[in-house]
Design a protein around this ligand. Structure first.
Ligand SMILES: [Zn+2]
Length: 475
């Protein structure tokens, strides 16, 4: 039995979650967690919100509301969305609720990193207010892929871009700007260390590197921003507050500590650490965490990282601001198994790849054909319970069929070969198998289906197992 902590990337507390969010880190992490628990491991799944993103500071300033109010209100919505989608989350935290602990973790973390240097940087600031035009307040083009970008990240290629590298920079608020020379804090590895880190990344994340630009590492600046002067956030020293993207490991350690998994990120810990994140965070997780853990005395990074690309909705990006989204709260209205239908459908996308598209008509077809065959079995549950006994050879036939599906499923829900879209195919196979069985054999089918399907469609699985009363048989 292994002890495992899964940390999902922090959702931005700017509104409720939509199916695009769900399809990425949260659903996949939940499926992995449930499968690992069935295999006998002890698994904890955590995430939380980051009140120190410039996005939150900027939005609150524009709306004229305190950050705490925005974060609290949206945290409640996000948590409720995750729970209603049956994401089996063990902890959802806001660092500002225990700032003393988070500050301690940050000062310990940043205090042990080698190669920290102050470097000159020339950035833009607002001529009148003198506010630095970074993060939320900055817009322009990505120097790596020329896409429109805001903030510090390019959503298209996953690059983490310093404000002085953004092409055609402008103020999001349309303010008049001037140049300003300042000093920011970086982790600047010498060549030896840089080579070690890059080689480790190439060896550890071939899948991730192949699904983003081949030259991703060439575009990644070797100096990694740790902090800059700002009047919010957690301080690294008297002049710099820590930069959100540099604090993935302290945040994760904070979430783990709050959930009772303290010391999980120690180099000698026997707990496995796993991260789930979207493509726009790839530099922070893959380069940032590997570099900073390498340059730290006690911290290990993530043992496993799983990245997802973004889901499209009818061919276009999901967008909270344009309301081009299917919200979790609205998609789960309907019968009690609606959420399972959505989970099953979303699991079929190969989210590591680009261009997955949610189309309503496809979902409708899936509901009418695949999901309804399972639901129709459940509708006749009372009859099922009264099924007469099966012949032993039919029972054996069903058992063998499901055992082989279980083995197939588990090869794809393992840490070294994690492919949800391939694992979920066993559900459709078992539905096809159902159609070959006589009505009398459906109870036996249900027993096995319940265990096989639990990671993907937990409500249906639990409904079956609680109604048919059978101890779980592990394969
Ligand atoms: Zn880009």
């Amino acid at each position: 039995m292994e002890k495992i902590i899964i940390v999902c990337s922090r959702p931005t507390p700017n509104g409720p979650l939509h199916l695009g969010h769900l399809s990425g880190p949260y659903l996949r992490a939940d499926i992995l967690k449930r499968a690992l628990i069935q295999q006998g491991h002890s698994v904890c799944l955590v995430t939380g919100v980051d009140a120190f993103e410039t996005y939150i500071q900027g939005t609150c300033e524009e709306k004229g509301i305190p950050c705490k109010d925005l974060v609290n209100e949206n945290s409640k919505k996000i948590l409720s969305d995750l729970l209603s989608a049956k994401i089996s989350i063990d902890g959802f935290y806001d660092v500002s609720n225990n700032l003393d602990l988070f500050s301690d973790i940050c000062s310990d973390f940043f205090g042990q990193i080698r190669g920290v240097e102050e470097k000159d940087i020339s950035i833009l600031r607002e001529r009148d207010s003198k506010r630095l035009v970074v993060g939320y307040w900055l817009e322009g083009l990505c120097p790596s892929c020329d896409s429109n970008m805001g903030s510090f990240y390019c959503e298209s290629c996953g690059s983490l871009i310093l404000p002085d590298k953004v092409k055609e920079p402008s103020s999001k608020l349309g303010r008049s700007l001037e140049h300003f020379d300042t000093k920011w804090l970086f982790c600047a590895p010498e060549n030896d260390n840089l080579t070690l880190v890059l080689n480790k990344i190439k060896k550890k994340y071939p899948g991730i590197l192949s699904s983003i630009n081949d030259d991703f590492l060439d575009h990644t600046s070797s100096d990694f921003l740790l902090g800059y002067p700002q009047d919010w956030g957690v301080s690294i020293d008297s002049k710099h507050s820590c930069f959100s993207a540099a604090s993935i490991l302290p945040y994760s350690n904070y979430f783990a500590t709050m959930a009772g998994y303290q010391d999980s990120f120690n180099k000698d810990a026997d707990t496995k650490t796993i991260a789930f994140f979207g493509k726009d965070a790839v530099t922070q997780y893959v380069y940032g965490c590997e570099l900073l853990s390498h340059m730290s005395k006690d911290y290990k990074g993530f043992d496993y990282c799983y990245m997802n690309d973004f889901l499209l909705l009818e061919g276009n990006k999901f967008s909270t601001s344009r309301n081009h989204a299917v919200w979790i709260s609205e998609s789960l209205q309907g019968n009690e198994f609606q959420g399972d239908g959505i989970r099953w459908f979303l699991s079929q996308f190969e989210m590591e790849k680009h261009g997955n598209n949610f189309i309503f008509e496809d979902y409708k077809k899936f509901e009418d054909k695949t999901l309804s065959s399972v639901l129709s079995v459940l509708e006749n549950f009372e009859c099922l319970k009264r099924c007469s006994d099966l012949k032993p050879e039919i029972r054996q036939h069903i058992k063998c069929f499901f055992q082989s599906l279980m083995i197939e499923r588990n090869t794809y829900l393992s840490l070294d070969n994690f492919q949800v879209h391939n694992a979920v195919k066993v559900l459709e196979n078992s539905v096809e198998f159902l159609n070959t069985l006589e009505v009398n054999a459906r109870k036996e089918w249900c027993w096995w289906f319940s265990e096989l399907s639990e990671p993907f469609i937990p409500s249906i699985a639990q409904y079956i197992s609680s109604n048919l009363k059978r101890e779980v048989v592990s394969v």
